[in-house]
Design a protein around this ligand. Structure first.
Ligand SMILES: C[S@@+](CC[C@H](N)C(=O)[O-])C[C@H]1O[C@@H](n2cnc3c(N)ncnc32)[C@H](O)[C@@H]1O
Length: 271
């Protein structure tokens, strides 16, 4: 993926500074209206431009496809490339299967022209299984749980699969806890740089929502395609402990009725 070309062609998607202007094409605002989801309008335009410029021999991977808003945006007018949507749907409890059917409906409506593959499961497990992604990843969008070990792993598990030059977009990047993870990850791993921060300017939150950062990865000569031993340890803990524990906690939270605080009784003043 020619990342320099991507940044030089952002002016085709935005009439001015992407932080403070709306996309040239109204189709992204329409898509955000039509498909429920969380990715903000300007981010949809950015993801699509990246997919347009990605070489045919590479693929687009998204973690956290949910009902398909951002994934559908990436595929618009891109008929000759492969797109992978990953989601566990687990965070939605009983409504996970609704979200999954919604994703299928979104793909039928907006992405029938594209070569799309839906992978259902925990991204930290799936992305380390051989063959799940069958070509170098030119564009990656992480829109899963923000911050913490999951966010660190979101970069670690994709790194071996990235093309020698690749674009990595990370959602929720206006949040300090996400920036902290980036900072730490970039300090620990070679080949990465933070290329753009789109966090909006407060006058129009719909443009960027909770922010999007663009990272560039250029594989250093001789770099290993395996997770570092520290990252593999983190991954195992995530898959075996943190992930299941988070799921169990969410399940309990869904079944326990909320505690309603009883109205305080006014004490009559003593005579
Ligand atoms: C914020 S939503 C994604 C929104 C979507 N990209 C959009 O534009 O509307 C986050 C999604 O990440 C998924 N998710 C959370 N943890 C995951 C994991 N470990 N592996 C795969 N998907 C995960 C959730 O099921 C949820 O659907």
């Amino acid at each position: 993926m020619d990342t320099t070309k991507f940044f030089s062609r952002l002016d085709e998607a935005f009439p001015g500074d992407p932080r403070s202007t709306d996309p040239v094409h109204p189709q992204w605002a329409d898509l955000a209206e039509e498909v429920p989801g969380t990715t903000a309008v300007n981010a949809l335009a950015v993801l699509n431009l990246a997919a347009q410029l990605m070489p045919v021999a590479e693929c687009y991977v998204e973690v956290g496809a949910y009902r398909g808003r951002s994934f559908a945006a990436a595929t618009q007018d891109v008929g000759d490339k492969r797109f992978y949507a990953l989601d566990s749907f687990e965070a939605h409890g009983d409504r996970g299967s609704d979200a999954r059917s919604d994703l299928e409906r979104t793909l039928e409506r907006y992405a029938a022209h594209a070569d799309t593959r839906v992978v259902v499961g925990d991204a930290f497990r799936m992305l380390t299984q051989p063959g799940v992604v069958d070509r170098p990843v030119g564009v990656y969008y992480y829109d899963g749980p923000p911050g913490g070990p999951a966010h660190h792993l979101a970069l670690a598990v994709i790194e071996p699969l990235l093309a020698d030059e690749a674009l990595v977009f990370v959602a929720d990047s206006a949040r300090p806890k996400v920036q902290q993870v980036h900072g730490d990850y970039l300090a620990e791993h070679r080949g990465w740089s933070l290329a753009a921060r789109w966090e909006g300017n407060g006058d129009s939150p719909a443009r960027w929502g909770t922010g999007l950062h663009a990272l560039v990865y250029r594989r250093p000569p001789g770099a290993s395609r395996r997770l570092t031993s520290a990252d593999e340890r983190r991954r195992r803990i995530q898959v075996a402990l943190r992930g299941p524990l988070g799921s169990a906690t969410r399940r309990v939270a869904r079944t326990v009725p909320p505690i309603v605080s009883a109205p305080r009784r006014r004490l009559a003043p003593l005579a």
